[in-house]
Write a protein that binds this ligand. Structure first.
Ligand code: NAP
Length: 277
């Protein structure tokens, strides 16, 4: 595995696993937990979940996947903006801990900006840290101006990651948000790294992939993993996809591949508002 560092200095894997849509159907939970376990065994030990996913069902799948191997995993979960008041954040965290059967969340994120003052959410995060319920906190779907506002809040500088939509079809953050994050040593967690499967079906990427004997999805992921300070969290329920995603880390794209990718998916030349899924 390859690692990047959080601002606090802790190393985290650059390739993790998402869990959105897991836990929706209890009959599939076993298969979903198996996929996560396979990924953990392959080194993709960063697991991303949220109280929102299947209304807690995804966190229950995570519980099943990490039973007996908690110490191997870097666990990320998120509080809903509607719960992100001073007291609401702490209560939501307790519920997530209970669902996952753990004593601590490694990284707890505000899922997106809502109506509660940022200062209250950050105060709650700091209290949870002091109580040992979370080890670090961060944000998600924050654009450049949101990050600037966060920096002005007491303890705002303790933020450890910003999780945003980033993939070949969504390169907007390269204009400003990604350079800003890099300047602060803040990892960007790229969600929907294969555009929810769409990039895996891209014929142009398939042509590049054929030169390497891999798939289009792997090219999309390898490109993302080539960006400094970026952590990718693909979600995969099929074992074949889990293995392919891990193998994408070993795929080295040639300069001519990268040039072709830039022609097909141009980098932004002006500010684009942060996109969300
Ligand atoms: P994604 O990871 O881009 O795509 C998932 C889809 O792609 C699944 O249908 C999966 O199929 C398929 N897939 C995965 N690997 C593949 C491969 N190698 N080849 C072909 N298909 C592949 O989309 P996502 O789930 O939206 O994003 C990933 C994670 O980011 C989420 O699960 C969630 O944890 C997080 N997220 C966060 C936010 C936020 O607001 N913070 C928003 C969206 C997502 P199978 O499942 O059938 O294997």
């Amino acid at each position: 595995m390859i690692f990047t560092t959080l601002p606090c200095g802790e190393a985290v894997p650059v390739l993790g696993q998402g869990t959105w849509n897991m836990g929706e159907d209890r009959r599939l939970a076993g298969q979903e937990a198996d996929a996560l376990r396979l990924g953990i065994d392959l080194g993709m030990t960063l697991l991303d979940t949220a109280e929102m996913y299947a209304s807690g069902g995804a966190e229950e799948v995570v519980a099943e996947a990490i039973a007996g191997r908690r110490e191997k995993v870097f666990l990320v979960s998120k509080v809903l903006p509607s719960n992100a008041s001073r007291r609401g954040t702490e209560a939501a965290c307790e519920r997530s801990l209970r669902r996952m059967g753990v004593e601590t969340i490694d990284l707890y994120l505000l899922h997106w900006r809502g109506g509660h003052p940022l200062a209250d959410t950050v105060a709650a995060f700091e209290a949870l840290k002091a109580a040992g319920k979370i080890r670090h906190w961060g944000v998600s779907n924050f654009d450049v101006d949101d990050m600037q506002e966060l920096a002005a809040v007491p303890h705002g500088e303790a933020v450890q990651a910003n999780q945003v939509l980033y993939n070949l079809a969504r390169r907007g953050i390269e204009y400003d948000l990604l350079p800003q994050a890099r300047a602060h040593g803040l990892p960007v967690m790229a969600y929907s790294p294969v555009e929810q499967g769409a990039l895996a079906g891209d014929r142009r990427l398939a042509a590049i992939a054929a030169r390497h004997g891999v798939t289009a999805g792997q090219v999309a992921l390898a490109w993302l993993l080539g960006q400094a300070g970026v952590i990718a969290i693909p979600k995969a329920t099929r074992a074949e996809h889990v293995r392919q995603n891990r193998a994408a880390l070993d795929l080295v794209l040639a300069p001519e591949d990268l040039a072709e990718i830039d022609r097909l998916f141009p980098a932004p030349r002006s500010k684009r508002p942060l996109e969300m899924i």
